[in-house]
Design a protein around this ligand. Structure first.
Ligand code: SF4
Length: 311
């Protein structure tokens, strides 16, 4: 019966909110079908304090199966970790103490995985991820670190992480399944297809019918900053709340599962080289892409040009 200690570091609680929205499986199903028990979760545990659980785990009185970390690891100022403390103790020290005791460690969200929003820009608090700093291996625990299972930190990235990806990864751990990881230690079961694949605006992208203002029916790649063609995530293959996704709601994908998230600059505009986006769909050759787009635009049917089709 695997247990979970879910600890927040530099976080906004977005991944906790996401956890509550999971429905395949839900939190209740995790408990009833997979025997997953919450040792402690900051928003869900009322009958025990974090201090009690921490003391029991550190003393060896309570085993720790899965340590979930939500939030960036604040290393500053000057490597003291004192920007983010629990009862005067740097949380990074508590994470360093708990991690070797856990069978698996899961980074819930892009902040815990790669540093995320808190590590953006000047990064004045010296935030980092558990085992990556953006796309560079290392982070708080270092490249060579492994959990008792032999696995590195499992990165369930996203800002926030997708609800059902959170619970499915926990269910896979509970069921003792193999979890294949990509080069950024994200489970390939959920991070192997693009947001672009499954986007309902694909026909508009195909014929280069683009929107320059939010609220339209066209594709948002050329002007509005959509990163769907470069971002691996399940958002358009497993809809949020079983219902929608950002691109379905008319908002560009910001690439929030990527190690480099958030990118510098305006999230709602596309950086370009000449007339062509600086960042092309994954694996595409620029010269061929330009030729293809010119032909595609000329071949666009009237119903697409006139945006008659609902995305
Ligand atoms: S809106 Fe984004 S994800 Fe959708 S088709 Fe255009 S580029 Fe792809």
């Amino acid at each position: 019966m695997p247990n979970i200690l879910w600890m927040q570091t530099g976080a906004c609680s977005g991944d906790t909110m996401s956890l509550l929205c999971a429905d395949r499986p839900s939190l209740e199903q995790l408990d009833l079908q997979y025997g997953v028990k919450l040792l402690w979760q900051p928003s869900l545990t009322a009958d025990r304090s974090f201090g009690d659980v921490l003391a029991a785990v550190l003393a060896g009185d309570e085993k720790l199966d899965v340590l979930c970390i939500e939030g960036s690891l604040m290393v500053g100022p000057g490597n003291t970790g004192m920007f983010d403390t629990w009862k005067g103790r740097p949380k990074i020290d508590i994470v360093r103490q708990l991690a070797p005791l856990a069978t698996d460690v899961v980074a819930m969200g892009t902040c815990a995985a790669f540093g995320g929003v808190h590590a953006a820009g000047m990064n004045p608090t010296d935030c980092t991820g558990l085992q990556f700093h953006k796309d560079t291996p290392g982070g708080l625990l270092g490249t060579a670190w492994r959990a008792r299972s032999g696995r590195p930190v499992i990165n369930v990235s996203g800002c926030p992480a997708h609800p059902n990806t959170i619970t499915k990864v926990l269910a896979m751990i509970a069921a003792g399944e193999e979890i294949a990881l990509d080069q950024f230690n994200r489970p390939t079961a959920f991070f192997a297809s693009l947001v672009h694949q499954g986007c309902t605006r694909n026909e508009y992208h195909e014929y280069d019918i683009e929107d320059s203002e939010l609220g339209g029916r066209g594709c948002m790649f050329f002007s509005l900053g959509c990163r769907g063609p470069q971002t691996v995530a399940p958002c358009n293959t497993e809809l949020w709340n079983g219902h929608s996704s950002k691109t379905r709601a008319g908002v560009p994908c910001f690439g929030c599962t990527s190690p480099s998230f958030p990118p510098d600059g305006d999230l709602f505009s596309t950086p370009r080289i000449g007339a062509i986006p600086k960042f092309l769909p994954l694996g595409v050759v620029r010269a061929k892409y330009m030729a293809y787009k010119n032909l595609a635009r000329a071949a666009a049917p009237e119903r697409v040009v006139n945006r008659e089709m609902e995305p």
